[in-house]
Design a protein around this ligand. Sequence first.
Ligand SMILES: Nc1nc2c(ncn2[C@@H]2O[C@H](COP(=O)(O)OP(=O)(O)OP(=O)(O)O)[C@@H](O)[C@H]2O)c(=O)[nH]1
Ligand SMILES: [Mg+2]
Length: 404
Amino acid sequence: MKATETAPLRVIVVGGFLGAGKTTLLRQAGRRLVQQGKRVGIVTNDQAENLVDTETLRREGFGVEEVAGGCFCCRFSDLLSSSKRLMEAHKPDVLLCEPVGSCTDLAATVLRPMQTFLKGRLAVGPYSVLVDPLRLKQMLSKGTRSPFSEKVLYIYNKQLEEADVIVLNKADALPADEFEALQQKLTQVFPRAAVMGISALEERGLDLWLEQACADRPSGQRGIHVNYDIYAEGEAELGWLNAAVRLRSSEPVAWKPVALDLLKALKDAFHARNAEVAHVKLSLTAPGHALTGNLTSTGGLPFLMVQGTAEAPSTEALLLVNARVQIQPDELKAAVQATLETGLPRSLLKEIERLDCFSPSRPVPEHRLPPPEPCSVGAENPCGIIREIFKPKKKISGTQARSN
Ligand SMILES: Nc1nc2c(ncn2[C@@H]2O[C@H](COP(=O)(O)OP(=O)(O)OP(=O)(O)O)[C@@H](O)[C@H]2O)c(=O)[nH]1
Ligand SMILES: [Mg+2]
């Protein structure tokens, strides 16, 4: 551990809904920190193995550990052991952590336990929650126009409620006046958070964000009420799939168009099933190829990023698919398996090495520490501020509605 008694290890946790840009921000911020002469370690997290995020970040040369098989809150001990391994192997000055994008209540279950159990050894910066402005607009569209259920909206809202810093990302994706209006809306509705706008992709606002994220200010101290029944049911509405597929060809293949076509075919498959994509990610690794593909909504445009420069054709590749979609897991599995056949060239030999598909199970945090001061928002109402911002038509309740 770089942390000595005088210099605790700086930890930055970046939350926010699926596809908001967490990995992109950590990648760009990590690079910037390295340019400043700092060593960076990153912990990724997912409900299953074979993470696209881990691949994407390792290709940048960062030391990356992943906590797989459950979120940070349910696998808090794994988060600590992964962090320890990184500290021993890479001696980072800064540890960046990306929780699962469908998680909330992280202040109570991750940030406060970190600060309590590793007091003096870690300096946990203010908790940033990233927001995709296009998703926010979609979430704000009331009634049938919002593709996600009110229980998913509940999670989305809780993520924002507990943020120390709300980071409206993708400033490049909207006209400036629309972006500013959304930023103002967030400032009005969440007055206790610092609200800022950035473009992680275009590296706009990164220095200012890093300043906020490294500030010596309290982190995750806000009390929010989270109803775990609604939370669990909201998460369970998402189908979750992680697959690792070996691709082989008798002739050398230029993999970039293959990855892009597959992403487009997956988009069409979910569109045909009227299933909203929260995030579909691909990683394709072959000699001379390192590709990451993303689709952050069924109506959005597929995005392909090439890491490194060499693009020589080759005969073998490893494809990872991570799909989080509002659809039942069996349908998700069938859709992805069929699309692997139809969306990839017929000449390729496809060997599924591993495929996990499920709905996330109920979160059962290892620790849940109360805030130093009583809850201020949503104390009377398990839906919190959701009534103000999202105005659901009827009361949301879990099947065994109970306020925690
Ligand atoms: N236009 C634009 N796109 C961005 C920006 N930041 C991220 N993206 C894109 O948003 C998509 C999702 O980004 P990720 O960083 O993978 O999102 P994430 O929050 O880590 O997603 P999960 O790991 O699924 O929770 C990718 O296609 C990114 O290129 C941005 O500032 N502008
Ligand atoms: Mg990510």
